[in-house]
Design a protein around this ligand. Sequence first.
Ligand code: MG
Ligand code: MG
Length: 258
Amino acid sequence: MIEVKTPDELQAMRAAGLVVARTLAAVRAAAKPGVSTAELDELAEQTIRDAGAVPSFKGYHGFPASICASVNEQIVHGIPATTQVLADGDIISVDCGAILDGWHGDSAVTLAIGKVSDADLALSAATEAAMWAGIEAVSAGGRLTDISYAVQSAAERAGRDDGVEYGMIVEYGGHGIGRQMHMDPFLPNVGKPGKGPRLKPGMALAIEPMLTGGGGETRELDDGWTVVTADGSRAAHWEHTVAITEDGPWVLTAAEDA
Ligand code: MG
Ligand code: MG
């Protein structure tokens, strides 16, 4: 069963999404060489709580922080730490979730710290483009894997343009979202179109491709959370929470002026 929201409930999800957008904007402004990921986490938690919301990641299956901070070869679920200090040339994926009035928002960005290599900038841009291609494929009456196909095709297209074969992470993907963060359905980031459940107005999905500069194999660190590339290549992760409406996709975690 996929949760279907009323228009008023989607407005409530938009309010939660805006808290996430503002939090990621604050983290983006603070993410500089010399800053630890623990400091970014503290800023994120404060921003979320100041908005009257609750950080959804904190305590989720025991996760200890309000953001996932995944640096360089870390793909997702990195735990913020005082010992993880950002350096010039790093890339960091920041994933953030907030609950407002019982509704969830979930979004991630990849940020460049100082002067980053052209390859890493292209990797992040390719991942963001794949996310937007997925968002544009959201259509009432369409099928779930239309999104998967659009994400995969955009990632492959970006790779051809960049002269790189980006690694695609297939073990992790998008998901339904609403009164809980992770709901049905699982949304694969690869696949043929025209399969899976039919999309209806009032459904909401988190669309979140992850690409690497190498292969798609992953490994989990001993901390039980951090997922890294098996080959040590760098990874990027972009995510938005998107509602399906009669008029097309509504990006609930976009910034106000977007
Ligand atoms: Mg997320
Ligand atoms: Mg998510």
